[in-house]
Write a protein that binds this ligand. Structure first.
Ligand code: G6P
Length: 625
């Protein structure tokens, strides 16, 4: 998804913007560009392809100026091309805009502007914004309101406000205007934007890693807000036009946490981060042997009361987060004996769901910015449900709009394919399931404490498992050429099969699917031949026999098999390969069983010559439908 940035300060803007865009690469992009303002002229450079293509263009001529905006584009309207890349300018070339989001009514605005002789250069929705601002700005100037920086509302701000009022859809915007060399204007609606407060410089970006080389003091922009960034201060204006004072937040995690830390790729680093991340998510919530959600002690929403009363849990999310929801269904039903409904957010939002008065709605999203997930949350809220969010991003839209938020303390996840965000989402969900089980007296105090002790062992077990990564690497080097890879399992293992298949297809581009093992005979077996690898996730001991039969059926048709299972298992004689994971309780297996599958996907991707951190066509954060 697009990344935007802006810089105003004493340094040269171009290298700062490039540095910031590099930190936003993880969001996924197909082109990039910058606009720098110097002595009343805006210079724009943009290029299709990786940032290196833009860097090459910039190498031709030195671009000076200490105010600029930059963008990595993930195409939505118009193919990836130099022309469609941002920044976009108005007809005069005096107003430059970068945008993340989608302007839904851009076609009618474009037609309206075309009747006023505006000539469009690109196929993007964003270009209308630059022209609209110009339209209002020219009007403001013509009516006598010439720019008087420092004297009340300048015409530029009014022009931007007027233009924004005409936009339907979502946007994070940074705007540079030749008449105003002392400021950048930023605006947000349904797309994230963070301001970085530096010493004699200020920045804006879609995400914090882009700001960290300059500052740890940040202000999260709120919905509908405008910001005006000067070199030495920042003004915030709310949707009603009132001034807002907001204290900055301090980013506590380290810049290195967003770097590769010696690993070949972010994905491999993040797979290895999981032992610590699981521990970071668990530890703060364990007090005197019990689970305490200190973040839930709010007057109007007692988790205990809500959880005690809830008749049903509804969980909705997208992608990997939806798979976490699938695991949670089994966990909540197993431990707390409460019915759970799980829905993909894009399905939920359009299927006219029936809200139950006593539903507890859980929304899961690593980024907290996924468009469908936010829409599902707002719909559930409108239906009168209370919302409990699980997200990794402090200050995200989801965290700010939910009634309660549990943060997965996974640290920044940079690789597009989600790994540590998933396992830490699971940890949060298991904590909720166990707490709920206790609140509803579904487990005794003794059993509850034993479960918590076992959860606390998982980070160590994950560490042990990760030390065997070479075995998976070797297996991947033999199997990466398979044209079809199926994952199968039952119950918890089915949910992990879904996530495993997603990982493999995302980064190795191998056709992979998951199915409930009991469904093998109802269709998938027709596809099994000697080019097929079937990975069975088998951690539910009571169902081992069923999986043995499934594997025999696969071998009989020439398919290869790998089983991911406990150390003590019966699969050696039937499967081609067995990869074992250290033993924990069967229902806790998902937090471990996914790790070999993540590694398998990673090594298949490497073997196939792909970049696992930036899979083709995928974006880290899908902020549009
Ligand atoms: C995209 C990402 C996935 C992620 C999904 C949901 O598809 O590529 O990795 O699982 O969005 O994202 P969220 O931030 O809501 O968890």
């Amino acid at each position: 998804m697009c990344g935007i940035t802006g810089y105003i300060g004493d340094s040269q803007a171009a290298p700062v913007l490039l540095g910031a865009l590099k930190k936003l690469e993880y969001r996924g992009y197909d082109s990039a560009g910058i606009a720098v303002l110097d002595e009343g002229t805006i210079t724009v450079r943009k290029a299709k392809g990786p940032l290196s293509a833009l860097e090459e263009k910039l190498a031709d001529a030195v671009i000076t100026g200490s105010l600029g905006i930059g963008h990595t584009r993930w195409a939505t309207h118009g193919e990836p091309s130099d022309i469609n890349s941002h920044p976009h300018t108005d007809v005069s070339g005096q107003i430059a805009v970068v945008h993340n989001g989608i302007i839904e009514n851009y076609l009618s605005l474009k037609e309206w502007l075309q009747t006023r002789e505006v000539v469009f250069r690109s196929e993007t929705d964003t270009e209308v914004i630059a022209h609209l601002i110009n339209f209002y700005y020219t009007g403001e100037k013509a009516s006598g309101g010439m720019p008087k920086p420092g004297f009340g509302e300048p015409p530029l701000l009014r022009a931007v406000q007027n233009a924004l009022e005409r936009l339907e859809g979502s946007y994070a915007l940074a705007i540079a205007v030749a008449d105003y060399p002392d400021r950048i204007i930023a605006a947000r609606k349904d797309s994230p934007l963070v301001i970085g407060l530096g010493q004699g410089e200020n920045l804006i970006a879609s995400d914090i890693p882009a700001l960290l080389p300059h500052t740890r003091d940040v202000i999260y922009m709120e919905e509908g807000e405008l910001a005006v960034l000067y070199r030495d201060h920042v003004e915030l204006i709310n949707a009603q036009g009132g001034r807002v004072i907001r204290a900055p937040s301090r980013v506590e995690w380290d810049a290195e946490a967003a770097e590769k830390g010696g690993f070949a790729h972010f994905m491999l680093k993040e797979i290895h981060d999981q032992a610590k991340a699981l521990s970071d998510t668990l530890r703060p919530r364990i007090k005197n042997g019990g689970i305490v959600f200190e973040e839930f002690d709010f007057e109007n929403f007692s988790f205990e009361a809500c959880a005690g009363e809830a008749k049903r849990i509804v969980i909705t999310a997208c992608g990997t987060a939806w798979h976490a929801a699938m695991v949670a269904k089994y966990a909540f039903e197993h431990f707390a004996r409460i019915p759970v409904e799980v829905d993909i957010a894009s399905e939920y939002r359009y299927r006219n769901p029936v809200p139950g008065e006593k539903d507890l709605v859980i929304i899961i999203s690593q980024s907290g910015e996924t468009a469908d997930t936010l829409a599902a949350m707002r719909l559930a809220k409108k239906g009168g449900n209370r919302i409990l969010a699980i997200t990794n991003v402090v200050g995200s839209t989801l965290a700010r709009e939910a009634d309660l938020t549990l943060f997965t303390w996974a640290g920044p996840e940079i690789a597009v394919a989600s790994t540590k965000a998933f396992t830490t989402q699971l940890m949060c969900l298991y904590l909720l399931a166990l707490k709920l089980a206790r609140v509803r007296s579904r487990v005794t105090e003794g059993a509850y404490r034993n479960y918590i002790d076992e959860l606390a062992r998982l980070p160590l077990l994950a560490e042990e498992l990760l030390s065997k990564q070479k075995l998976i690497q070797r297996f991947a080097s033999r199997q990466f050429n398979k044209t079809k890879v199926f994952f199968m399992g039952r119950q918890f293992d089915y949910a992990i099969s879904l996530e495993s298949a997603l990982k493999l297809k995302e980064i190795s581009y191998t056709h992979s699917e998951a199915f409930a093992a009991g469904e093998l005979k109802h269709g998938p077996i027709a596809l099994v031949d000697k080019n097929t690898l079937v990975v069975a996730i088998a951690t539910q001991t009571a169902l081992f026999d069923k999986i043995i039969s499934n594997i025999k059926e696969i071998s009989a048709r020439g398919g290869a098999s790998l089983v991911i299972t406990w150390e003590d298992n019966p699969f050696g004689p039937v499967a081609d390969e067995v990869f074992t994971i250290p033993k924990t309780l069967d229902p806790f297996s998902p937090m471990l069983a996914i790790i070999p599958a993540q590694l398998f996907a990673y090594y298949c991707s490497i073997q196939r010559g792909n970049n696992p951190d930036k899979p083709r066509n995928l974006a880290k954060s899908v902020t549009v439908e």
